[in-house]
Design a protein around this ligand. Structure first.
Ligand SMILES: [Zn+2]
Ligand SMILES: [Zn+2]
Length: 653
């Protein structure tokens, strides 16, 4: 008999110790008794000598080497680094339902290369050569592929994938969201046909499990999936690609472990001794910094393929030119429609108007829970008009009479995507009465299949304007688009967060990159009150290295990442007093630790969300600090309060 440590999915503890027969090994799937129930667990450690009294025996070994040991190491690293329990990591890592017996599902007889590779330009060729050389050596290496929008990063991914497959290896491709990256997905499908599998968010539990087992058995060679795909066992994995590595959807915000899939992918490459490739037109500052410091190998693609020009970008100073859509933007839209070309308009705010106010007494409709102004949504499809809170999802019927002074004409102030849709429709129909505008935001996207419908309508040319929130900034390729309008570039600038400039630069540069990708040259118009702000200026120049050079001294000065590591502790609960008491007691426990700078407790930007009060403590430590010594926080249990731990948070409010 041996002793083993077993981690059990979905539990809020790390590991339990059991007795087991000698045949058991690390990575085995076992069945164990837990209180009065039977549970599946993964063997994380085995020991021969240690004496532990009164421990139970495992009931069964379900499958030997269910997970390979580098993955066990990876999961342990995640638990350690992101300050989470192993049980929480396994909840993400293995299927909810285990198959006791499983058979191969398909026979594969697809040709390897369906479509011929393109001939790379010199910059692409250099990147391909360098990555292929690293693949050949079979050692760890991370590459950062910084390529301006439209510079052909996908072709680099494809040719490296080709190389791996030719040798019998496998490739994992992470994308922010499958429905948002149809181009990348189609290109892989075209090239590798039936050897590609994609993991959609629309799969149910059973489908998800079947896909997981099929991949683990090696039935597919190219696995494309969102952030959670980084956990899947892939035999013979040689290359991990993280496309649009800057995208915030790689970060888990909701539940522990609050991991970042890019960083997990790099760690996985290191543990499995393979190659990782991160690609972006607007790398996260930390990634570019890693490249500058020599941790990642940098390749720059600074030409658009076929020598297409980057779009010309102009500012519209809203202090001088008024209107939700200024006269200059309006004229440009009309000219584009006259030429039968297409427009993308970007505004990062849903709904019709962000404020409903009374012009007589100044009353503003606010959320009774958060105290933030309610956003007016016009009726559409089957939904009625409403006032809704975008923070806590509180919703009420629209108000037509001021509750303070009974006036009946209330003002809708400001513009969200619904209002811009109306204005844009009027503008384009003056040119062509049948011209249409389509909208893409979360109100649209939450309906199954709607995103695809909207995108394909625009692709087919049925609509001349695509308007939306940050969903329209993703890596789309619409050759007909010759104008991109940024309706309000300042919305992200005002968030109290050290990443607000970076975010602004990324979103504007990404959406600008959608213009002029076809035959005809493109333009971009940016409406802003702050044309001199450096993030906005650098996005006008489309100059990432310049933005990096401006941003880094600010980060260094304030000791923000990449010059430190942040850990955000959020304490929330229904009782305001106990939330604060709790937060102060946590801060007091942290204070004696040397090397930890503590900010707070402070009110979160959204202090009240529904019945919850939210308070945060921000910790700043040196990058060399072993923050796993903060693990004691995990055992912290306070009545009525929840503690959320976010290592490397993307937002700090
Ligand atoms: Zn009033
Ligand atoms: Zn609210």
């Amino acid at each position: 008999m041996v002793k083993i440590d077993v981690a059990i999915p979905k539990t809020r503890f790390d590991m339990l110790t059991y007795d087991a027969p000698d045949t058991v090994g690390v990575g085995d799937l076992v069945q164990v008794p837990l209180r009065d129930a039977e549970k599946y667990g993964i063997v994380i450690r085995t020991y021969s000598s240690r004496k532990v009294k009164h421990i139970k025996k495992i009931h069964d070994i379900i499958e030997h080497q269910f997970l390979p040991s580098p993955l066990i190491q990876l999961y342990s690293w995640i638990a350690d680094y992101y300050l989470a329990h192993m049980g929480e990591v396994l909840r993400l890592a293995i299927p909810q339902k285990i198959l006791r017996r499983h058979e191969p599902t398909l026979q594969r007889a697809e040709p390897l290369v369906v479509r011929e590779p393109l001939i790379p330009n010199p910059a692409q060729a250099a990147a391909i050569q360098d990555i292929q050389a690293a693949l050949k050596q079979r050692t760890y290496g991370t590459f950062l592929l910084y390529g301006i929008t439209g510079s052909g990063k996908t072709e680099v991914y494809l040719q490296c994938t080709d190389n791996v497959l030719a040798r019998g290896g496998r490739v994992l491709v992470l994308v922010p969201e499958i429905s948002m990256t149809p181009l990348l997905f189609d290109r892989f499908k075209e090239r590798f046909s039936g050897r590609v599998i994609t993991i959609h968010s629309s799969l149910n539990q059973t489908q998800r499990r079947n896909v997981w087992y099929a991949i683990k058995r090696g039935e597919y060679d190219v696995i494309i999936g969102p952030r959670s795909a980084v956990f899947i066992p892939v035999p013979g994995l040689e290359l991990v690609i993280v496309d649009e590595e800057h995208d915030h959807s790689y970060k888990e915000h909701e539940r522990a472990p609050r991991y970042h899939a890019r960083d997990v992918a790099v760690m996985r490459a290191r543990l499995e001794n393979i190659v990782a490739v991160l690609g972006s037109a607007t790398p996260q500052i930390e990634s570019y910094h890693n490249a500058m410091a020599g941790k990642y190998r940098l390749h720059t693609l600074d030409q658009r393929i076929d020598a297409k020009a980057l779009p010309g970008i102009q500012m519209i100073d809203l202090r001088k030119e008024k209107g939700y859509l200024s006269p200059r933007l309006e004229r440009s839209i009309q000219e584009v429609v006259e030429r039968n070309e297409q427009v993308i308009l970007f505004l990062n705010r849903r709904g019709f108007a962000p404020h409903l106010m009374c012009p007589s007494c100044g009353f503003v409709a606010k959320c009774p829970y958060c105290g933030l102004p309610l956003v007016y949504h016009k009726p559409e499809q089957k939904r009625r008009a409403s006032l809704s809170c975008h923070i806590c999802k509180y919703k009420r019927e629209k108000i037509s009479i001021c509750p303070q002074c009974s006036r009946t004409t209330l003002l809708y102030r400001g513009a969200g995507t619904q209002r811009i849709e109306e204005i844009a429709t009027r503008i384009v129909q003056r040119v062509n009465p049948t011209a249409a505008v389509v909208r893409l935001d979360r109100d649209i996207a939450r309906k199954k299949g709607r995103t695809e419908t909207v995108l394909s309508a625009f692709q087919q040319g049925e609509a001349c304007v695509l308007l939306g929130t940050q969903l329209v900034t993703k890596g789309f390729h619409f050759p007909g688009v010759t104008l991109v309008g940024v309706v309000n570039a300042d919305l992200m600038l005002h968030l109290p967060d050290f990443r607000s400039s970076e975010r602004t630069f990324q979103l504007i540069t990404q959406v600008a990159g959608r213009s002029g990708r076809g035959e005809r040259p493109g333009t971009v118009l940016i409406q802003t009150y702050h044309p001199d702000q450096y993030a906005i200026m650098c996005s006008q120049l489309q100059d990432y290295p310049k933005f990096y050079a401006e941003e880094v001294p600010v980060r260094r000065e304030l000791r923000f990442p990449p010059f430190s590591r942040l850990i955000l502790l959020r304490i929330k609960g229904t009782n305001e007093d106990s939330v604060w008491r709790e937060a102060r007691s946590i801060a007091a426990k942290l204070r004696p630790l040397s090397g930890v700078q503590i900010f707070g407790p402070n009110r979160s930007l959204y202090y009240r969300v529904r019945k919850y009060h939210r308070v945060f403590i921000l910790l700043k430590v040196a990058r060399t600090y072993r923050h796993s010594r903060l693990r004691f926080l995990l055992s912290h249990r306070a009545k009525g309060c929840a503690l959320e731990i976010d290592v490397d948070p993307l937002e700090t409010f």
